[in-house]
Ligand binder design. Structure first.
Ligand SMILES: Nc1nc2c(ncn2[C@@H]2O[C@H](COP(=O)(O)OP(=O)(O)OP(=O)(O)O)[C@@H](O)[C@H]2O)c(=O)[nH]1
Ligand SMILES: [Mg+2]
Length: 287
């Protein structure tokens, strides 16, 4: 850091919690950009994803993580490892709870594994009344956390988010800006494009299928991008393609809308039998 630059507060903040509580939505809201994809299906996030918030005198790097859950597959184990692994080497932990779902054993399991002094965000307060917010704060206070602080927020409306961010920043030590100005996410572009495609497929599919879908860019010759949509069984291939190719086409059109004009996105569905249960396949897919 040059000596002429004024002191900056900086550091990494791990964002943890059960699946679906709104961790990725909150990181996107805080960073003011799409850093991490979101959906109403649990286990949307599969890797730690870093989003950067630059401000006057600070740079906060939010590490979005997969929801910690009771795993049923090798992929589930991998997601939990990615989340718990993110707690090392961060300056602060932000534990996210859902104001509209009971605070339960899953939250307690995570709370027990968090360092002293974490910050708790009670998210989705737009979905509930004041009484429920207070009751949930009471339930959160009874979790096995030591020295925690609580912030009711809504990733959807932005309510309470500024106060939460101010507090988190105030806890960061003096340090360098880790990322250059203007960089909002630390994700390779090809990975981000594959995630945009997966986000659209999550929007369009149901039940167990979302868990079976993985996306990877297999060719990148701008403006031509080829993205493989990986499923686990031949029977799923037809569902993802849809009648007359409709579902895949809709996903491609929607994903392309988030990319620079002129991008040619070619989606192909491939079967990797039972990839969710095979550690080497999971690793090959980048999880
Ligand atoms: N009403 C409301 N819905 C929210 C809010 N935050 C997130 N959601 C919704 O909750 C669902 C889950 O959001 P995500 O951000 O994907 O949740 P997550 O915790 O990252 O989930 P995983 O990656 O699966 O662990 C989505 O349907 C979001 O739109 C909020 O503040 N209010
Ligand atoms: Mg997520």
């Amino acid at each position: 850091m040059s000596h002429s630059e004024p002191a900056v507060r900086s550091g990494f903040i791990a964002v943890l919690g059960r699946p679906n509580v709104g961790k990725s939505s909150l990181v996107n809201r805080i960073c003011g950009a799409k850093v991490s994809i979101t959906s109403w299906h649990p286990n949307t996030t599969r890797t730690a994803v870093r989003g950067v918030l630059d401000g006057a005198g600070f740079q906060a790097v939010f590490v979005d993580t997969p929801g910690i859950h009771r795993p049923r597959t090798a992929l589930g184990n991998r997601l939990n490892e990615a989340a718990t692994g993110a707690v090392a080497d961060v300056e602060a932990c932000l534990f996210v709870l859902d104001a509209a779902a009971p605070v339960g054993r899953g939250d307690a399991f995570i709370a027990e594994r968090l360092p002293v002094g974490c910050v708790v965000a009670l998210n989705k307060i737009d979905k509930v009344g004041r009484g429920q917010v207070l009751a949930q704060l009471g339930a959160a206070a009874a979790l096995p956390l030591s020295d925690a602080e609580f912030f009711p927020v809504s990733a959807r409306t932005g309510q309470g988010v500024a106060a939460l961010v101010d507090h988190l920043v105030s806890r960061l030590p003096e340090g360098p800006r880790y990322y250059p100005a203007g960089m909002v996410r630390d994700v390779p572009e090809a990975v981000f494009v594959a995630e945009l495609v997966r986000e659209q497929l999550l929007r369009l599919t149901r039940e167990e299928l979302p868990h079976s879908i993985a996306c990877r860019v297999s060719e990148w010759e701008w403006p031509y991008i080829r993205c493989d949509v990986v499923v686990e069984r031949a029977s799923q291939k037809g569902i993802v393609i849809g009648h007359g190719g409709e579902l895949l086409k809709a996903a491609g059109t929607a994903a392309r809308a988030a990319l620079p004009a002129g991008t040619y996105l070619d989606l192909r569905v491939v079967v990797e039998p039972d990839w969710q249960r095979r550690p080497e396949a999971i690793e090959r897919l980048g999880y």
